[in-house]
Design a binder for this molecule. Sequence first.
Ligand code: GTR
Length: 333
Amino acid sequence: MTRTNGNHRKFALGAAALAAFAAIAATPVVADDWRGWNIHPPTYPNGIALDAFAKEVAETTDGRVTPTVYHNAVLGDQPDAIEQARNGALDFGNFNMGPMGPIVPATNILSLPFIFASVDQMHTVMDGEIGQRFSDALAEKGLVALSWFDSGARSLYNTRAPVKTPADVEGLKVRVMNNQLYVDMIGALGGNATPMAFGEVYQSLKTGVIDGAENNYPSYESTNHFEVARFYSITEHLIIPECLCVSTASWDALSDEDKAAVKAAAVNAAAMQRELWAEREKASLAKVREAGAQINEVEDKAAFQSAMDPVYAGFIEKNPDLKSWIDDIKATK
Ligand code: GTR
């Protein structure tokens, strides 16, 4: 938030007073110390890119905006952090569109299983006109999406056995992010979904409170979930982008020049994150394999896809106005 120097005083006219006034007016505004949220460790691609964003912003605004990134979700769980950014208690964050759905309904489209055919298609969509529609929807809820980070594809993993067909999910207790669509998704496969904070998943897997979860390779690896849930099945059911979002309150307090600097830094950070992401996906896969995780292909992905028909039908019934967005995404090459 902007913390400007509020020493507005009234001066009697006179040379001395005018000189004093000129001195006060020339005092630079106090630096805007932005606080940013990151769920991941600082060494994760997102953490590295966010730190680079912070550094570039401090430099290119000549210290008028000095962001600090708080890593490892120390400022709260993701749904809580999204609320904090919306009401201006936090200035920025890297948010996944999964837990954004309950707050910004249009973003639920990004949580529909198999909505994107590939990560490349997701990039094309998010960097183009449709991405702008999501940004507009976020803006209505107090968040300015400046750029889009990669989060790969999410697959199911569990402590019991490989998942090769939908029937293998039957009866499994699976942790999901906070969004009813994921409860419906796991339910449609015959499993029981439990929404839970990211930071609680390791212990819950270990103690058997849940049997499994779902995530991309870098998060499966960085959280050490692979140590306790060794069966990772390449379902790739979700491809969810993440934003680098700034609180509208913090954004509106910036001059046009500083807005341009912050935007440029966010775009650079996303380019960096996507590059680091591609490397980290490979490194994480190699690491978990080496450690004994069993990674299995899912040959009949179509079976998982058609099991999602009721999830789509329910979504379209509740959100008829968003049907055309789904069609537009599917039509994007
Ligand atoms: C990660 C994502 C996080 C968070 C996490 C989760 O892949 O980057 O923002 O959504 O998954 O499963 O909670």
